[in-house]
Design a binder for this molecule. Structure first.
Ligand code: FPP
Length: 257
């Protein structure tokens, strides 16, 4: 992949061919849905849909970088995806390993920091090793953070955070009365990331599917009909335009937060 130079004043850089109005969301998350349907429409195996989906990840990352988005979080594998066939899980694992192997050098060179949420250790073997090395290698990069959700489930994430706080309270390390939203946020795997501004789901489905439930509290939600493998820089730019046109109220009456 080639990531363009950082954009100036929110204008799209080379590669996107689009200018989008401000504000640009700092943190965008995507539920990448529709790989299977894309493949079926073409009489191809599901694995071909996932391969095409991996190319769409490159385009989304490129577009995010072009527009100056700080964090892109992608739902690559949910904790419920373990219910899929052994063959499909093996295909997805191999594909992610291949993607990392092929892209890591460029991602690092272009200042992309990789972060993981979920329980990536559930994959075992070489993928875990490669993921952890990639996280380590890119740890000091600061141009754009790519967060990959792997074996991720939001309820499990919130439950684990609550349990950790309960353990601290039981040990007398914290006062239960001091547990506020910030304390819970600090225990989530997304701690330290900017608030989620925009959550996109492709393929026409309108569900959150246990993705970033806490983090999406005030995010703008956007459901697009595009199947994930067809997602490109243009789709991303359109999403940013919709975002810029929405008035965010954060429960109040004005647009500022
Ligand atoms: C949902 O489509 C997609 C997934 C469960 C997997 C997402 C994975 C990728 C895009 C590929 C690789 C990722 C990286 C990080 C390189 P679906 O299979 O549920 O589609 P369907 O609803 O049409 O069946």
């Amino acid at each position: 992949m080639t990531l363009a130079p950082a954009p100036i004043e929110g204008a799209a850089g080379p590669g996107s061919g689009n200018r989008v109005p401000r504000p640009i969301p700092r943190h965008v998350a995507i539920i990448m849905d529709g790989n299977g349907r894309w493949a079926k429409q073409r009489g191809l195996p599901r694995a071909a849909g996932h391969r095409a989906g991996a190319e769409a990840v490159r385009r989304a990352l490129q577009a995010a970088a072009d527009h100056g988005v700080e964090v892109l979080t992608i739902y690559a594998f949910s904790s419920e995806n373990w219910r899929r066939s052994t063959e499909e899980i093996a295909d997805l694992t191999a594909l992610m390993r291949f993607y990392l192997e092929r892209e890591i050098k460029t991602l690092d060179k272009e200042g992309v920091r990789l972060r993981l949420i979920g329980d990536h250790s559930a994959f075992g073997g070489e993928l875990v090793d490669r993921l952890e090395k990639a996280v380590e290698r890119t740890a000091s990069n600061d141009r754009l953070t790519l967060v990959i959700a792997l074996s991720y489930g939001s309820r499990a994430e919130i439950t684990a955070a609550a349990r950790r706080l309960a353990v601290k309270a039981a040990a007398g390390e914290i006062d239960p009365a001091s547990i506020d939203e910030a304390a819970i946020g600090a225990e989530l795997q997304t701690a330290g990331l900017p608030e989620l501004d925009l959550l996109i789901r492709t393929s026409g489905e309108q569900r959150l599917s246990n993705f970033l439930l806490w983090q999406a509290a005030y995010a703008e939600l956007l459901f697009v009909d595009t199947l994930w493998p067809d997602f490109d820089e243009q789709t991303f730019a359109e999403a940013l335009k919709v975002y810029a046109a929405r008035e965010r109220r954060f429960g109040g009456r004005g647009s500022a937060a």
